[in-house]
Design a protein around this ligand. Sequence first.
Ligand code: 5AD
Length: 369
Amino acid sequence: MNCRDLLLQLNQAHALSAAQYRFLLDARTAEDEAFAKTLAVRVRKQMYGDAVFVRGLIEISNFCKNDCYYCGIRRGNKEAERYRLTPEQIMECAAEGYRLGFRTFVLQGGEDPFYTDEVLCALIKELKARYPECAVTLSLGERSRESFAALKDAGADRYLLRHETADPAHYARLHPPEMSFENRIRCLRDLKEIGFQTGCGFMVGSPGQTPETLAADLAFIETFRPEMCGIGPFIPHRHTPLGREPAGSVGLTLFLLSVLRLMLPEVLLPATTALGTLDPEGREKGILAGANVVMPNLSPAAVRKKYELYDHKLCTGCEAAEGLAELKTRLGRIGCETATGRGDAPGWHRKNDEQNNRQREETNSHGNL
Ligand code: 5AD
């Protein structure tokens, strides 16, 4: 086995064994990383040309009922200054985002019981009524299948829920006992079955992560086939139990972005804020490793600092929606343009149409019985 051949095989077959992923992680050299980037950027261009999609991120609440050991907005962090946007404030953020040119709104927040299905469905309907050509993405944690279905019915298009790690023992090291890997995966399967464009993902370098757990992440993603995949380096937050652990590696994150692009050519892959936080050129480096999405912050300036998942989280400059002009310039320098439009994966509408047709045929054939 050598890494170069494995990367070529991944590029052709879009699949490797867990042992092969493991080998890639263990044995890669700087040349292999450069080769992976070249292949990944070629695939990104075949799928998306020079387009990089921008999403307007609205951080709707930092109240959270969970107590994840790595996260700055865990309920146990008494130092966190809590805030919650009202539906009216969220609509104002979206209006500003629309004016700036965003056509996807991502509503992200802690698991805040204030946001019942009723509140969220009303909000989603209002967003879709006012901006019918825009996509609505939710990133609001674990919910019941019924709740996910209600949100989909209300018009939401996409849902982001990182699996965090595909290894149950590692999952237990990052989360308190009341949270379970099984429920996380249940949520992801439900989201997919319900018809959301679904995103999973994980932190790179989270405490306890090993080449085996990372290989398990890659194998999981290969079979789960998400439409989106969010990965970024772990960054400690001082007021969390894992606050003294070292941050994840930018280089490994970039390599994994390339591997993901080869595995899932059409995947919507963000160059994350965490990557931009650890490296001033992280965003560009992410795109040049195969990423094709950036998610600038549309939250009201007054609350941005409070959505602090990890120390020194960026929320200004290119991470801010008002920085869109600067972002465009910087992406232009690396040969990319920010795309307007919803930015679905090319295969999504095809797949969705096929699914709808199948359902229609099934209904018809039942009707004929
Ligand atoms: N460092 C990096 N990423 C983090 N997240 C939460 N806390 C941290 C941290 N300390 C990520 C998790 C979560 C997403 C919203 O942010 O993967 O799913």
